[in-house]
Design a protein around this ligand. Structure first.
Ligand code: MLT
Length: 256
């Protein structure tokens, strides 16, 4: 049986922008971008299985399964090609989508993400977290460590930024967190794909991102023909919500 449909938040009219969220958040992380852009664009934000309003994850979920589910959601709405904006895990799903459905992507924005696969250590850490949240039946133990990992220190002490991040992590289900970590651990290396990208591309990264540091973004931008790179000063890994004005200005300039 095919997995159930993803829940897609859909706001505004116009050219479609598809936003793919980071781990372990949900589509509400894009609220600042929706506020800034939904007057001119149709802002589509799927929740990954096990996050936000989407159903629980199918067994053995992969980045390819998520890409296929996203394309099904576009098909169901009669939408062809989109401008795809993926942040971190959203970028990993974007690479899966580009591998199998390149004709559905007309422009690409890769934010705080990396093309490479995980190191052995990173993979082991993901599988450990998957086991932990399943055993605990709760995501509470990851709320503080993940908030500290995702945000720059200056953002973490701004509670209007950090408390909504905690709230989103708390809303994630243990099954969703475990399945997303397992899917990310298995994802292939997408470095070789970069040279084949033929659509206008913007690479964004927070200057303080320690999860996918600026050096990763520079390498991706250098490998994608014609890609632009923009560093969001002062932001950590969640550049779109830590420095939303600077992020939105860069996105608007790219969208034209
Ligand atoms: C994310 O922000 O999606 C995750 O931190 C990505 C990762 O763990 O590689």
């Amino acid at each position: 049986m095919p997995p159930p449909a993803l829940h897609v938040h859909d706001t505004g009219d116009g050219e479609p922008l598809l936003f793919l969220h980071a781990f372990p958040l949900d589509a509400s992380m894009w609220d600042h971008q929706v506020a800034a852009l939904s007057g001119r664009f149709r802002c589509l934000r799927p929740d990954v299985y096990g996050f936000g309003a989407s159903p629980p994850p199918p067994a053995g979920m992969s980045a390819d399964d998520l890409a296929a589910a996203v394309v099904e959601a576009l098909d169901a709405r009669g939408i062809g090609a989109v401008t795809l904006v993926g942040l971190s895990m959203g970028g990993y799903v974007a690479f899966a989508l580009l591998r199998r459905f390149a004709d559905r992507v007309s422009r690409l924005v890769l934010c705080d993400t990396r093309a490479g696969a995980d190191s052995e250590q990173a993979r082991a850490d993901r599988l450990r977290m998957a086991e932990q949240v399943r055993a605990e039946g709760s995501v509470e133990s990851i709320v503080e460590p993940m908030t500290a990992r995702l945000l720059a220190p200056e953002s973490a002490i701004e509670f209007h930024i950090s408390d909504p991040v905690r709230g989103r992590i708390r809303r994630a289900t243990p099954a969703g967190v475990a399945a997303a970590q397992e899917a990310m651990a298995q994802r292939p290396d997408s470095t070789a794909l970069l040279a084949s990208i033929r659509v206008p591309t913007l690479v964004l990264v927070g200057s303080q991102d320690t999860v996918t540091p600026p050096a990763e973004a520079e390498a991706m931008a250098a490998a994608i023909p014609g890609a632009e790179l923009h560093v969001i000063e002062g932001a950590g890994h969640l550049s779109n919500l830590e420095r939303s004005d600077a992020f939105n200005a860069a996105l608007r300039a790219f969208l034209g």
